[in-house]
Design a protein around this ligand. Structure first.
Ligand SMILES: [Zn+2]
Length: 243
């Protein structure tokens, strides 16, 4: 094959992997230096990869979350996250690349990393992995759910199926970013329901997945909805915790 044919083939291969990923330049998403050698994940240079701020251990995340809810309103049994990100951190660019641009390759690889952490740290087996649903109108507008992209990576490592038809988002909520803790809770109240009127679980253990964990009010609503339709236990996994 001449070099042009090779280029065309590699272009087509990239499109098949993901139409959006082909737009991502081969430079570090964090420090923006170009990446020349092989790296652990192909969108971050090794230096930034090893300096990634890691999330606290599950018991610390759980203690922090529990402070935000009255005990009888807290539906999460355990929580795990890979990274800790501050709002203005350069590492936030990675989260945004998945959330707003749907970089599937990035999300999938990080989902796999999160999956390995879950496998090593949580002694639980799950029946289903459930991405936090986005509203159908938002899905039409964006064409992807970032939590589902991550869930697929986790699913590959844990060998558990992703189930995105157990619960759905019934209200289109405004962004939570500028709201206080209490406002966030009110904003997401009754946002989710069972996927259909007849959707029922039978004592399954569920792992709910999201990209960023802040007060936990959204993901706690998911957990409540899953318990209401018959789940036995709901743990959560997030790519990052805010902090
Ligand atoms: Zn870098």
């Amino acid at each position: 094959m001449d070099s042009n044919t090779t280029k065309v083939f590699s272009f087509i291969k990239n499109i098949i992997i993901s139409p959006l990923d082909v737009l991502s330049p081969k430079h570090c998403f964090v420090c923006e230096k170009s990446i020349t050698a092989d790296t652990n994940v192909d969108f971050v240079c090794d230096e930034c990869y090893y300096n990634f701020p890691l999330a606290p251990a599950p018991d610390i995340i759980m203690n922090r979350l529990a402070e935000n809810f009255p005990p009888d309103d807290f539906a999460i049994s355990n929580a795990i996250a890979l990274f800790k990100v501050a709002q203005n951190s350069d590492y936030m660019k990675i989260i945004h690349s998945i959330k707003y641009y749907g970089f599937r390759r990035v999300g999938f690889q990080l989902g796999c990393e999160l999956g390995k952490l879950i496998k090593n740290q949580l002694d639980e087996s799950y029946d289903y992995i459930v991405p936090v649903p986005i509203h159908s109108a938002r899905f039409r507008e964006r064409g992807f759910n970032q939590a589902e992209i991550l869930a697929k990576g986790i699913a590959q490592i844990l060998n558990v199926n992703v189930h995105n038809k157990l619960i759905k988002r019934v209200r289109y909520t405004t962004t939570q970013t500028l709201l206080s803790g209490e406002e966030r809770k009110t904003n997401v109240m009754n946002v989710f329901s069972g996927y259909n009127k007849n959707t029922k679980l039978n004592n399954e253990q569920i792992l709910v997945v999201d990209d960023v964990l802040t007060t936990g009010s959204t993901i706690n609503e998911c957990a409540k909805t899953l318990l209401n339709i018959g789940a036995r236990r709901v743990d959560i996994a997030s790519l990052a915790v805010a902090g």
